[in-house]
Design a protein around this ligand. Structure first.
Ligand code: C2E
Ligand code: CA
Ligand code: CA
Ligand code: CA
Length: 275
């Protein structure tokens, strides 16, 4: 039976109310999550394609709510960005990551994600500098990852901030590369130390010749600009082999290691045996 127009509108409004309500509830919970110690970090290894050697670990934020359980980052990060909670949360992530990395027995790099809101904060470089001093982490072991979308919100401010951060000795990576709309322009303007190729390339590369051609072109670009390229989302041996053949130097993905808590003695568990 068809719903009358008015009924349908009411139904729609009720749904909208519900969505708005749950967003409000989650936003409130986010603001309390720091105090309640509900966040923890996971780490995912980054490896050399040729030797399997670990080069770094990306930090991935996890939120365990007492009632809702683990809330995925794709759900709460955008909300945290909208309401501004990402600033104190992001600072917590940075501090916790640097503190942890400083205890590792191996001097791996630690890669921390930054959101647009953090990049727009004029005090970012000062915060980073203070956290490095406080934790004693060698700045050369810290890498900050940011997407092109985050950078272009305010290009002038971003460039200034990134230059200040680089002056500290910290490196920067462009995340999710290749899915933005003006990636080449961004590469030309910003002083990136690493390109992280979006994981969508890996899902396509086995199946479409176009994707492989684009992968090849990006790797060539990285080589001529002297910027190492790390492929994200490597899930299979076949994908890893393709990267090796095409001369991609670094990779990250479930095949090379899933995100997880790292043992406190800093010894990284070996990669799963190749299948
Ligand atoms: P991202 O920075 O692109 O991080 C990589 C995401 O891909 C992670 O999801 C990771 O678990 C997942 N991943 C890694 N390897 C594979 C693979 O082989 N296959 C597939 N399908 N996925 C893989 P996660 O942890 O759910 O994080 C999602 C996004 O949330 C991140 O994307 C990042 O944008 C954001 N995020 C996570 N932690 C933070 C943080 O501390 N700060 C900020 N600002 N954003 C964060
Ligand atoms: Ca990232
Ligand atoms: Ca990414
Ligand atoms: Ca992403």
């Amino acid at each position: 039976a068809k719903m009358a127009l008015r009924e349908r509108i009411c139904f729609y409004e009720a749904e909208m109310d519900e969505a708005a309500r749950s967003r409000r509830v989650m936003t409130a919970a986010l603001w309390e999550a720091l105090e309640r110690d509900e966040f923890h970090l996971h780490f995912q290894v980054q490896r050399k394609v040729s030797s399997n050697e670990v080069t770094g670990l990306e930090v991935l934020l996890r939120w365990r709510h007492p009632e809702w359980g683990l809330v995925p980052p794709v759900k709460f990060i955008p909300l945290a960005e909208e309401c501004g909670a990402i600033v104190p949360i992001g600072e917590w992530v940075l501090r916790a990551a640097c503190r942890e990395a400083a205890t590792w027995t191996m001097p791996y790099k630690v890669a921390v994600n930054l959101s647009a809101v953090q990049l727009g904060d004029e005090h970012l470089a000062a915060h980073v500098s203070a956290i490095l001093a406080e934790t004693g982490l060698d700045p050369r072991r810290l890498e900050l990852e940011m997407t092109e979308t985050a950078i272009v919100v305010d290009k002038v401010r971003s460039l200034h901030t990134l230059q200040q951060i680089k002056a500290l000795g910290v490196s920067i990576a462009i995340d999710d590369f290749g899915v933005g709309y003006s990636s080449l322009e961004t590469l030309r303007t910003f002083p990136f130390d690493r390109i992280k190729l979006d994981r969508s390339f890996m899902t396509e590369v086995e199946h479409t010749p176009e994707s492989k051609a684009i992968l090849r072109a990006i790797l060539a670009l990285g080589r001529s600009l002297n910027i190492p390229v790390l492929a994200e989302g490597v899930e299979t041996r076949v994908q890893l082999d393709i990267l090796g053949v095409e001369g991609c130097t670094e990779a990250q993905g479930y095949f090379l290691g899933r995100p997880g808590p790292i043992p406190t003695d800093g010894i990284i568990r070996p990669a799963p045996p190749p299948v």
